[in-house]
Design a protein around this ligand. Structure first.
Ligand SMILES: Cc1cc2nc3c(=O)[nH]c(=O)nc-3n(C[C@H](O)[C@H](O)[C@H](O)COP(=O)(O)OP(=O)(O)OC[C@H]3O[C@@H](n4cnc5c(N)ncnc54)[C@H](O)[C@@H]3O)c2cc1C
Length: 449
């Protein structure tokens, strides 16, 4: 339907107005337009829909996870209970069915991660766009909302009502139902710069402190920089705050010029944020498949076989080439000491270091590199069964701007689909009630005349 500017001069009103054409906003508009006779407008500041969605899953879009419900909830780190109704209303099966029906076949990969068969996120966006068009949603691009309009409280009502939005270009859209789906703060180049938090705060909503999540970690130890670009598979990592273990996992990580990254580290970063940030310990186990005892036997064997070779030349069977000089230096053992002459104490201490290589986390990288935002609109001020604000009637929230975040695996997009769907459906129901009430009112009026 409509694109840029098409409706700028005409009537600027809607039954349901959705702000933000990302995953949650598109789904909200689709769900709202399911109710017959409802005029749904989707406003997006960018020149196209789904800019962030396009980047997801390294361009392949891991749009959900094929797991059972309880697994989904266990992967949501913040306020998972708030999502019960939304997930029940629109779960992983529902989104898969919708996307496939709209012309994008899907496949399930390792860890139940769901992707389009084509491996192109653009196909998911195309399917959603087709669904929006088919349901008659009017999409208005390059429309940046700068303010939420409210009215009231009307006599007999406690709080104000949503009335529409004001645009940056001076225009306005009137609507008694407004869904805010403007995303978080991560990857601001995609248009998600946190505008919605401001709109929510302006009408009395609390916004919990926000931090980058699923994000690389910065560490104090300079030796990481020497290993920049080195990726380690099958390692395990433990994040500790003092002596308290916050997270322990197994997988793949990467050294960078500032610290550490890779899937395992991104997961750890969410626990780092949940644990309050600050300085924390990160222990790497470079040989998680071996117990301390098994590793000691292995080292004995390696050193015995190396015999008169130097310690620094005896580690080729244990570590990737680039890691060896760093391990030698950190061990404190003389690099040119003959392997066969390494003492038991030295060997045991070396084994201990391999199992618990210590790093000091000093912080995270910024929103430019964060997959999601932790924190957001306080969910206690939002109804979990409708996504409507408890403070402003007719105002709904969806997606990452809420104080919800999950681990990687398709769970964050599922949050966007579920909350978007529920917000859209609830807003449309209210709109339909409103229009039938108006009709009754008109009939009564006519009768009186
Ligand atoms: C690199 C990357 C990879 C990711 N990969 C995955 C993945 O594979 N699987 C997964 O589950 N999750 C993934 N995520 C997370 C996922 O993309 C987000 O959780 C999800 O996009 C949130 O959807 P949303 O609709 O709430 O917000 P967004 O997708 O951020 O959409 C918000 C929209 O609102 C628009 N907007 C903002 N302000 C205004 C305004 N004032 N007026 C009008 N429009 C406005 C923005 O332009 C934007 O289009 C990834 C994130 C990143 C950054």
């Amino acid at each position: 339907m409509g694109e840029r500017g098409q409706k700028r001069q005409g009537e600027r009103s809607a039954d349901v107005l959705v702000v933000g054409g990302g995953a949650s906003g598109m789904m909200a508009a689709i769900a709202a337009a399911h109710t017959p006779g409802i005029r749904v407008i989707l406003l997006e500041r960018n020149e196209k829909l789904g800019k962030k969605l396009y980047l997801t899953g390294k361009g392949r879009c891991n749009l959900t996870n094929g797991c059972e419900g309880e697994v989904f909830f266990s992967n949501v780190l913040t306020n998972s209970k708030f999502l019960y109704s939304a997930y029940r209303a629109f779960d992983n099966r529902a989104v898969m069915e919708l996307v496939e029906r709209a012309g994008c076949p899907l496949k399930v990969e390792r860890g139940e991660r769901v992707f389009p068969v084509s491996d192109h996120s653009s196909d998911v966006i195309r399917a959603l766009r087709a669904e929006l068009d088919q349901r008659g949603v009017q999409v208005v691009l390059q429309s940046r909302v700068c303010r939420l309009l409210t009215q009231g409280p009307l006599p007999g009502e406690e709080g104000p009502r949503a009335a529409g939005v004001a645009l940056e270009d001076g225009g306005t859209w009137k609507s008694p139902q407004v869904i805010l789906a403007t995303g978080g703060l991560s990857y601001p180049s995609t248009g998600s710069t946190g505008d919605g938090y401001r709109f929510a705060q302006a009408c009395g909503h609390q916004v919990t402190p926000r931090t980058p999540a699923l994000v690389p970690l910065t560490v104090r130890e300079g030796w990481c920089r020497e290993l920049m670009g080195l990726s380690l598979k099958n390692v395990s990592l433990t994040l500790k705050k003092g002596s308290r273990e916050l997270y322990s996992g197994f997988g793949e990580m990467l050294f960078t010029h500032f610290g550490v990254s890779g899937p395992l580290v991104l997961t750890a970063s969410s626990y780092y944020g949940a644990g309050g940030g600050g300085q924390m310990g990160l222990e790497l186990d470079l040989k998680p498949a071996l117990t301390g005892e098994q590793l000691d036997k292995r080292l004995q064997r390696e050193f015995a076989q190396a015999g008169s070779r130097q310690f620094s030349n005896s580690l080729g069977g244990l570590f990737p080439h680039r890691l060896i000089p760093v391990m030698v230096r950190l061990s404190g053992i003389e690099p040119d000491k003959r392997a066969g002459e390494i003492t038991r104490t030295e060997r045991q201490a070396f084994g201990e270091m391999i199992k618990r290589l210590p790093l000091t986390v000093t912080g995270t990288r910024g929103y430019e590199e964060a997959v999601v935002t932790r924190g957001g609109v306080e969910v206690r001020q939002v109804s979990p069964s409708t996504m409507e604000s408890k403070l402003v009637r007719g105002l709904y929230f969806a997606g990452e701007m809420l104080d919800l975040d999950a681990l990687t695996g398709g769970y964050n997009l599922q949050i966007a689909w579920s909350t978007g769907y529920l917000a859209g459906r609830s807003a449309a129901r209210r709109a339909a009630e409103g229009s039938s009430a108006r009709k009754t009112e008109n009939k009564r009026g006519t009768g009186r005349i």
